[in-house]
Design a protein around this ligand. Structure first.
Ligand SMILES: [Zn+2]
Length: 109
């Protein structure tokens, strides 16, 4: 099963509408990456990540030359509780946390 899936994200303070995500599962079952996730907040703010799960965290490895990795920590029940990105440290919320919530709700994670 390697069908792409997509969904929307709730509005944020900076992006009132149009926030969404798309996920393409990895075709390689042995790969540590679950697949490629793209988060769109606006035309200019569109970022793709390789997604992996590790010890209570969902890792977002930015697919750019900067190769930043963000980790969303989940609680025992699997709910996302925090992220180590800069945005989260300022606003206590971020697109990574929002997306993990949606991916869990859709049974992807
Ligand atoms: Zn984040």
């Amino acid at each position: 099963m390697c069908l792409p899936v997509a969904g929307s994200l709730p509005a944020s303070k900076t992006h009132a509408k149009g926030r969404r995500w798309a996920f393409l599962p990895s075709a390689d079952a042995t790969s540590p990456s679950l697949g490629t996730l793209t988060i769109v907040q606006s035309k200019r703010d569109t970022v793709s990540y390789g997604i992996a799960r590790e010890e209570g965290q969902v890792l977002f490895a930015k697919l750019t030359d900067t190769a930043e990795v963000y980790g969303v920590t989940c609680d025992r029940a699997g709910r996302p509780v925090k992220c180590n990105c800069k945005g989260y440290s300022f606003k206590a919320t971020c697109k990574h946390v929002d997306t993990v919530e949606e991916l869990k709700a859709d049974g992807i994670l």
